[in-house]
Structures are given as C-alpha cells and as structure tokens.
Design a protein around this ligand. Sequence first.
Ligand code: AVI
Length: 321
Amino acid sequence: RNPSFNVDSFQAQQATLSDFAQDMLAGMARRPRSIPPKYFYDEAGSALFDRICALPEYYPTRTELRILTDRAAEIANHIGPAAEIVEFGAGSLTKVRLLLDALEAPKRYLPIDISGAHLESAVARLRAEYPALEVQPVVADYTRRFALPAPTVESGRRVGFFPGSTLGNFSPEEALAFLQSAARMLHGGGLLLGVDLIKDPALLHEAYNDAQGVTAAFNANLLHRANAELGADFQPGNFLHAAFYNAPLQRIEMHLVSKRAHAVNLLGERLTFAEGETIHTENSHKFSIDGLRTLAVKAGFGIGPVWTDPERLFSVHWLPV
Ligand code: AVI
C-alpha cells in the first residue's frame, strides 16, 4: 500500500474545483460566513447589475456619468494623449464611450472583466461603433495576478480607467494592493478612478434597498449560481436580503440572512444555518476625497484634479503615475 496515494488523489481532486467552488467552501466554513462579491457577476448577475445601475435609487451610475459627460473635455486635457486605455471591470462598456470620444485619438482599448460572455457581446457592439479602435477584451479576475497583452509598436502611454466605485468592493488591504499593481502597470500614464463619497446614510440605505427588489435579486443570484454551477440546494426563499450602512467602517454591507434554521448541501458538505445567521456577500466602502488621495499616494500615484457633482455624491480622480 502506498501511504501517499490518498494524499495525491485528494490533491488531484481539489485541483479540479473551480475558484467559485473553492471560495464557496472556504467561505461557508468561516464564521461569519462570507463570499467575495466578484461571484455575483455570472451572466444573470451582470444583467441584474445593469438593471441596478438604471434604478432611481442607485445614484452612483448616473452621477458618475453626469460628471464624465459634463467634464469630458477638461478630463481629457489632464489625461493628455493616451494611446491605450485599460479598463478594470469593464462590464457593459457604457462609460468608456465618453472617454473614447473625448480623448485624442486613442489607439487601443483593453477592457478587462471576469464575465466573459457579457464582455464579448458588449465588445461586439463597441467594435461596430468604433471601427478605427483596436479592442482587445481580456477575460480575467483582476483581483488576482493577470497579464495584459504585450504593447504594440503603436501602444504608447497606458491610461487606466476604473469607474463605478468598484474599488469600494475591496477590503482596504485589497484596495491598496490593487492600486499598487495598477501603478506598476500604468507607469508613465495614470488612472482615472471613480469612487463613491461618504454621505447621508439614509440615501445610501435607499440605494441598496430599492423598491423594486432588484438589489435583493442580485444578492440572491449568488445562491442560484451555487445551485446551477455547484449542484448546491440552496432555497433562496430561505434567505432575506439585508443591506445597511456600517458607519464606523464607512461601508454598506450586504448579507443574506437565514429566515429559519435549515440545512443546505454543497459539494458533499452539509451546511447548517441557524435562524438569523448571515452570509456576508459584499462590502461597498465609501470614501472621503482626502482618504482616497492618501491611499493613492501610498500606492505610488501622484495627485491630480478631482471632479464631483454639485451635491458631492460621487468623485472622479485623475491620478498620474
Ligand atoms: C459594483 N459595485 C461598485 C456596486 C456597489 O455599489 O458596491 C455593486 C452593487 N451592490 C449592490 N448594488 C450595487
């Protein structure tokens, strides 16, 4: 009998588990239970997120679009000539159009997104509208190490675009690590970064508890995804959507709260949920302008101008590097 046989075969089986499977198993074993928010974005989740962006209560998208529209010329002026734009978490490629229109002859656009099918269809539409632009989609999880396509003869200055306050979905440590690696990647150019600002908690509460329940459906999509991809037997009706502002930590927290004591099967594990037990599904940090700038400088960026709306709900920063 080879004593190492079982160990080897166990490892071989582990290696075949998807990232989602591994992170679900690890997250369900933690207390409190949690799962990184990037797993919201399968095709259904990305479509639900697009619906969130159009909700009357969800002010970040339209406010950032307003800032980008109103200040496009000024922003482009500060960015200067950019041959290549790299967008992190590109989604439906709506906001970048404003930038592409305002910048001086951008040559290449590299949209990075975790949701491959969603990205492909958005890229097809963009290519039709911008025939002179080289568009190279990169399907990758930018919270991990990833490689960008090599520079071409033409691709000169590289400028990053990270709108939507997605930086706020990282922990403070992850945000710093992300900005540090972005600073290395964008050296000689800079980053145009959109982040949501600290504000009246009542407004924040409404934005994450919309009347139509789209945010609740987005939250619950995680359970549907686990059922579809991992063969789990979550009953979404057993969980409530909870989203609230954690003032000391300056963040919205989203949770799925178990309505009753029950059990769920996941990849051979039996998960027991007590009544009121939660799965922490997302943090959405809110920033002050000074706080964001301090973080950016720590990561290696310089400080450029910041643009906000009249109510100071949202901010767009130019960070040269
Ligand atoms: C993508 N991200 C910046 C959104 C946010 O506001 O944190 C995700 C979201 N979660 C609930 N509503 C929207």
